[in-house]
Design a protein around this ligand. Structure first.
Ligand SMILES: Nc1ncnc2c1ncn2[C@@H]1O[C@H](COP(=O)(O)OP(=O)(O)O)[C@@H](O)[C@H]1O
Ligand SMILES: [Mg+2]
Length: 453
């Protein structure tokens, strides 16, 4: 369903500078959209037209198929439904306290007092700034200011959130936190639109990408498709995403295959083609045709490694005792990932899982789960990119625990399952405490055995 659309949108600044030329876009509800382009390509101008802050010279903007009218009543409606977070938080924040800043938008919409308080407190909780509500915004860090600005928009419960260069000037941790927040909002149904010149970010994050250059839209499509068009990217003054560049170099040398467009680190790792034949010291008593377990943890090659890592079939035993083995990728067994639903959370239980379950890597997804862990002093090895980092860790034979709540458990389970199916590498996956039955849980339940505590 199209939620936001432009037709023949053209805009010139009063000094005659043409900032947008004939822009036609259709934004689907619930999607993650990135506008990618160099500085000056027209992204910010477009965003201000998308929420009615500026009026087009030619063409129109439509919300749910209804063209914007530029009278004060419909502009209020639009600004409530299409929230915008500016590139520079200092342009957006001006109230004496964080609470007042977040309350500014909904107060202008004449929310009754009670609803106002509920919305503001919820938004502050969503961005994890409840404890900061009496602080002056200009004393906060860049990442915290950005979160205040986002809360100000979220408090109005918009259908679409537009963020102009949301990561500019943020450090890596602050940037990860913002992207996690956006993913969480998107997970619960918001349509998210960002602008960026960071192709890596747009490539891995978005469902759909618009490519802008010199006031015009010069390309659009799914990121896997659009970012393969190197000539088009060059035209826009951009480079291909680095994971694609690395992959293509490896592929050209015959070292990787199977993925047209690896996006994440686990996908890239999975595309690597391991040498299929290998010389090993044949343990005593091994015959041709036997299967050997090559333990990756201790580097020993024994017929019965306790750490089943890679199975290999013995093709030939040399008189000197060396053997040629063929690695069987399908039977790689790695560590495991356990998902814990924090919607019903118990600290002793989590502690027990970590200790008794021999868990060496703990991650949390979602603000609520991170706060729970923080309050109880559970050390988190990872708080962003949690699923991918856990997969990579599990591939090294370790056991991971992911704390997460709401529908995110199912989301994580699906992602891990997709990886298992695609790669043929068997990860042990289990859920704990979810109450819900997933149709595919049974399939993996068996492999989760032994990991349950
Ligand atoms: N207030 C302004 N007055 C005149 N020209 C402007 C103004 N703001 C932006 N422009 C021009 O409009 C074009 C698009 O700018 P902008 O939308 O800011 O691009 P981006 O956000 O992609 O960097 C550029 O040529 C820029 O110089
Ligand atoms: Mg801009």
């Amino acid at each position: 369903m199209t939620i936001l659309e432009t037709r023949g949108l053209t805009y010139s600044y009063p000094d005659g500078n043409v900032a947008l030329r004939d822009i036609n876009i259709k934004i689907d509800k619930g999607k993650k959209i990135a506008f990618v382009g160099q500085n000056g390509s027209g992204k910010s101008t477009l965003f201000m037209l998308l929420n009615g802050t500026m009026k087009p010279g030619k063409g129109e903007v439509l919300f749910h198929d209804v063209p914007f009218k530029y009278n004060s009543k419909s502009l209020r409606e639009i600004r409530k439904s299409v929230g915008i977070v500016f590139q520079n938080s200092d342009d957006q924040l001006f109230a004496p306290t964080v609470y007042q800043d977040v309350a500014f938008g909904p107060a202008n919409l004449d929310y009754p007092k009670e609803k106002l308080e509920t919305c503001v407190n919820r938004a502050l909780e969503q961005v994890g700034l409840t404890n900061f509500k009496d602080r002056p915004p200009h004393h906060l860090s860049g990442g915290q200011k950005k979160r205040v600005a986002i809360a100000g928009v979220m408090a109005m419960e918009p259908e679409v959130i537009i963020l102009d260069e949301p990561l500019s000037n943020l450090d890596p941790v602050g940037a990860d936190e913002i992207m996690d927040l956006l993913n969480e909002f998107n997970h619960y149904g918001s349509t998210i639109i960002i602008s960026t010149h960071d192709v890596d970010l747009a490539y891995r994050w978005s469902d759909y990408v618009y490519l802008m250059s010199d006031s015009e839209l010069i390309g659009e499509g799914a990121p896997e498709v659009l970012f393969r068009q190197t000539e088009l990217l060059k035209l826009a003054g951009l480079r291909p995403p680095s994971s694609l560049e690395v992959y293509h170099e490896l592929e050209r040398r015959g070292l990787a295959k199977g993925y047209l467009s690896p996006k994440t680190l686990p996908e890239l790792v999975n595309a690597l083609r391991p040498p299929e034949l290998m010389w090993v010291d044949a343990p005593h008593g091994v015959k041709e045709g036997d299967t050997l377990n090559l333990g990756i943890l201790y580097g020993e090659y024994s017929p019965n490694s306790p750490y089943e890592a890679i199975n290999a079939r013995v093709l030939h035993i040399h008189p000197g005792g060396k053997a040629i083995v063929e690695l069987k990728r399908r039977s790689i067994k790695a560590g495991g990932i356990l998902l814990y639903d924090t919607d019903s959370y118990s600290y002793p239980e989590v502690l027990n899982i970590i200790e008794e379950g021999d868990v060496t890597f703990v991650g949390a997804m979602g603000k609520k789960s991170k706060i729970l862990a923080e309050e109880d002093g559970i050390f988190l090895d990872v708080t962003s990119g949690v699923i991918d980092r856990s997969i990579l860790t599990a591939l090294c034979g370790k056991r991971c625990l992911i704390l997460t709540g709401g529908g995110m458990v199912e989301h994580a389970f699906k992602r891990i399952r997709e990886y298992v199916e695609l790669s043929g590498i068997e990860l042990n996956v289990g859920t704990f405490n979810t109450g819900e039955e997933f149709p595919w849980l049974e399939v993996l339940e068996e492999s989760a055995e032994g990991f349950r505590v």
